[in-house]
Every structure is written in structure tokens, then in C-alpha cells.
Design a protein around this ligand. Structure first.
Ligand code: CDP
Ligand code: MG
Length: 138
């Protein structure tokens, strides 16, 4: 069993896609074990995406991520990290496989509805960014 962090990004919340995204996760065997709606400050978004600090899209991405409320989720299941990434699809919705969240729902490479940890290492950084251990139900 593995835990991963997913975020429904501000575009997903704005476009009433919270239920649709969570439905896809739940129907594919992932269990929601923590959930919170919150509005990140620019600084908090920068801290979350610190790994991308030297990328050209960092400033725009962190402005977008602090442009409205998001929903943070911990998802638990067998191979939860890769399963979540598979359900999300490629970063660029135009390149994502049909049936994935990003291909079906996303509007652009930046406003791509969801985030999911990309490795065990990133999950270990990202889950405690939002949740303490007593907020996660095993
Ligand atoms: O989210 P994912 O792990 O698929 O992609 P990433 O490479 O870790 O990039 C993080 C986020 O930055 C993406 O989900 C996009 O929202 C944004 N991004 C962007 O705006 N332009 C790019 N060329 C690449 C990523
Ligand atoms: Mg990533």
C-alpha cells in the first residue's frame, strides 16, 4: 500500500470538477484518506513547487496555483503514485491519452486540473506539506 498527494488545481475547482476528479480516483481503486480545501498564498505555491524554481514556467505556475482555492487529497492504494499519474495523463492535455483526466477535462498545459506526486520521494515531501500524520486515515 502506498500514499500519494493529489491536488485539484484552481481551474478544476472553478470549473466544478471536484466531484468528477474524485469519482475517477475512487472508481479506480484509490481511497481518499485525507482531504482539505484551501487557498495557497503565492509563497506557499512557490514552496510546494520549489523543485521547478529555475524553470521558465515557475512564476506563472505559482501565480496560477495561488489564484483560487484548491482541494488537497491523500490517495491510498496499491501503486497509488503510478496509478494516480496514469489516471491524470500527461502534463500537456494535448499529449495525454484519451480517457485520462487531463485529456478529457484540461484546458491547457498550465491549467491541467490535477497534480499527483511523481515518485515516492516527492510524495514524502508533498503529503506533509498539506497534512500531518493524524489527519491521514489509514
Ligand atoms: O504536473 P506534472 O508532474 O505532470 O508536470 P511538471 O513537469 O511537474 O510541471 C508542474 C506543473 O507546471 C504542470 O502540471 C503544469 O501545471 C505546469 N507546467 C507548465 O505550465 N508549463 C510547462 N511547460 C510544464 C509544466
Ligand atoms: Mg510534477
Amino acid at each position: 500500500m502506498e500514499n500519494t498527494l493529489s491536488l485539484i488545481k484552481p481551474d478544476g475547482v472553478r470549473r466544478n470538477l471536484i466531484g468528477e476528479v474524485i469519482r475517477r480516483f475512487e472508481q479506480n481503486g484509490l481511497k481518499v484518506t485525507a482531504m482539505e480545501m484551501l487557498w495557497l498564498s503565492k509563497k506557499e505555491a512557490e514552496g510546494f513547487y520549489i523543485i521547478h524554481k529555475d524553470r521558465p514556467f515557475y512564476d506563472s505556475l505559482t501565480s496560477f496555483m495561488s489564484s483560487g482555492p484548491i482541494v488537497a487529497l491523500v490517495l491510498r492504494g496499491e501503486n497509488a503514485i503510478s496509478k494516480t499519474r496514469e489516471l491524470m495523463g500527461a502534463t500537456n492535455p494535448a499529449e495525454a491519452v484519451k480517457g485520462t483526466i487531463r485529456r478529457d477535462l484540461a484546458e491547457s498545459i498550465e491549467a491541467n486540473v490535477v497534480h499527483g506526486s511523481d515518485s515516492k520521494g516527492s510524495a514524502i515531501f508533498e503529503i506533509p506539506y498539506f497534512f500531518s500524520s493524524i489527519e491521514i486515515y489509514a
